[in-house]
Each structure stands twice: as structure tokens, then as C-alpha cells.
Write a protein that binds this ligand. Structure first.
Ligand SMILES: [Zn+2]
Length: 57
């Protein structure tokens, strides 16, 4: 399954929305969230929010 992880990078769990920037990243790398998946997650979540807004209106 390793090749799939490269093609489709891990998606953040919903619990990642509550993570602080100085918390450990959800991916298990042991790095701080802000130094790891923070940036990509913000993009992911903002796109999610836009999508749900459009769907509900
Ligand atoms: Zn990470």
C-alpha cells in the first residue's frame, strides 16, 4: 500500500481541527503540528468548509 500513500497523501482526521499549532501532529511524526501538516491541513479544512457551505445553501 506504500505507493498509494504517495499518490494520495494522508488526509487529516476531523480531530486535527482542534489541534493547537504547538501540539504534536496527528500523523505520528512526533513533530509540532505547525512544523508538519498544519499548512496543508488549513488548506484542506478551508476547502471543506467552502464545500459544506455551498451544499447547505
Ligand atoms: Zn504531520
Amino acid at each position: 500500500m506504500g505507493f498509494l500513500n504517495k499518490l494520495f497523501p494522508k488526509r487529516p482526521p476531523k480531530s486535527a481541527m482542534k489541534l493547537g499549532r504547538n501540539d504534536r501532529c496527528w500523523c505520528g511524526s512526533g513533530r509540532k503540528y505547525k512544523k508538519c501538516h498544519y499548512d496543508s491541513d488549513q488548506k484542506h479544512f478551508s476547502r471543506l468548509r467552502t464545500a459544506t457551505c455551498r451544499a447547505s445553501s
